[in-house]
Design a protein around this ligand. Structure first.
Ligand SMILES: [Zn+2]
Ligand SMILES: [Zn+2]
Length: 289
C-alpha cells in the first residue's frame, strides 16, 4: 500500500493511504505536494482541532471545486470524519461553506464519537472506528482511528473437512453456509497524544504512531520514542510508521536513538519514520492493498 506523508510537530501533518483513498489529517501544504492526487480522495479522518492537522482542507476542496468547474463532471463528495464535540472544526467548516460556493455538494460531514464505526468509500468492506485519544485540545475530544476490512473466512467448524464436502454444502445452501465475516485490522492511526493501547487493533498490518520526542516526558501531551516502540510491541503490529517528530532533534539523533531501542535488525527493518520537512513515500505490505 503506497503511503504519502508529511509531518512536522507543531506545523503540519497529513498521511495519505493511496489504495484506500483515505487521508488521515489534513495539515498545511498538502496541495503543494499531492496536487492532482487530491482529486482521488474519498475519505478524510481528522483526529483533532489543532491547526497543524486540518488547515490544508480548504485547498483540497478548492482543487476539487476547480476540477469540477473545468471538466463539468461532478466529483464524488469527500466524506469528512471529525470529533463530534469539536466546535473549532464546526466553525471552520462553516467558514468554508461561506467562502466556497459548492461546499454542500463537495463534502459529507460525519461527526464521530469514540466507538462510532463508519463504512469507508474508497474500497470494498472497509470500516473505520473512532477511538478516544489521550490528548488535550481546548476541552474537545481527540480521536485515534482503526481501519478494518471485513472478509469472509471458512467457518471454524468446517476447517479440515474434505473440499468435496464443503463444495456440496455450497451447492445446496450457498456460500454463506460455509463462511462467516471476520474483521481484520489493517491500520491503527494514533493521531496526537500519549500512547494508549487499543486492544482491537492488535496485530494491525500497519501501526501509524506519533512520536514527538526522543524520550518520554511524564507531563507532555505527546509520545516519546521509547513509549512508541513499547506500544508497537504490545500491539504486535507488523509494521510501524513514526510521524510528528519534533524538528528540535537532528535525524542523526533520531536514528541513533531508534537503533539503540531496536537492536534486532529484523524488527528494525519493520520501522519507518517521516522525516520532518520532506515528503515521505513508501509502499507498505498490507493484505489486499
Ligand atoms: Zn500535532
Ligand atoms: Zn495536537
Amino acid at each position: 500500500m503506497k503511503v504519502f506523508a508529511f509531518s512536522k510537530a507543531l506545523y503540519s501533518t497529513w498521511i495519505y493511504l493511496e489504495p484506500m483513498r483515505l487521508l488521515l489529517d489534513a495539515g498545511e501544504g498538502i496541495n503543494f505536494f499531492l496536487e492532482g492526487r487530491m482529486l482521488a480522495f474519498r475519505d478524510l479522518a481528522i483526529t483533532h482541532a489543532h491547526t497543524d492537522h486540518f488547515t490544508g482542507l480548504q485547498n483540497i476542496i478548492i482543487t476539487r471545486l476547480r476540477e469540477q468547474e473545468v471538466t463539468g463532471e461532478p466529483i464524488p463528495p469527500l466524506h469528512i470524519y471529525y470529533p463530534a464535540d469539536s466546535h473549532t472544526l464546526v466553525r471552520y467548516f462553516q467558514y468554508l461553506e461561506d467562502v466556497l460556493s459548492k461546499w454542500p455538494e463537495l463534502v459529507v460531514l460525519q461527526p464521530m464519537e469514540p466507538g462510532d464505526t463508519v463504512q469507508l468509500q474508497g474500497a470494498r468492506n472497509l470500516h473505520m472506528t473512532a477511538i478516544k485519544a489521550n490528548h488535550r485540545v481546548y476541552r474537545q475530544t481527540a480521536l485515534s482511528y482503526r481501519v478494518e476490512q471485513k472478509r469472509y473466512a471458512l467457518k471454524p467448524e468446517l476447517e479440515g473437512k474434505p473440499q468435496a464436502e464443503i463444495n456440496k454444502i455450497v451447492a445446496e445452501q450457498g456460500r454463506e453456509a460455509v463462511t462467516e465475516p471476520v474483521m481484520r485490522t489493517l491500520v491503527y492511526y494514533s493521531g496526537d497524544g500519549k500512547p494508549a493501547l487499543d486492544a482491537l487493533s492488535r496485530r494491525a498490518s500497519l501501526h501509524i504512531q506519533e512520536t514527538t520526542f526522543l524520550e518520554a516526558h511524564a507531563k507532555a501531551d505527546h509520545a516519546g520514542l521509547p513509549e512508541a516502540i513499547s506500544l508497537f510491541r504490545e500491539l504486535e503490529a507488523e509494521q510501524l510508521l513514526l510521524f510528528h517528530l519534533s524538528s528540535r532533534y537532528t535525524m542523526r539523533e533520531f536514528w541513533t536513538t531508534l537503533d539503540n531501542l531496536v537492536p534486532d535488525p529484523i524488527e528494525r527493518e519493520r520501522i519507518k519514520a517521516v522525516k520532518p520537512g520532506s515528503m515521505f513515500v513508501y509502499d507498505f505490505t498490507i493484505p489486499g492493498f
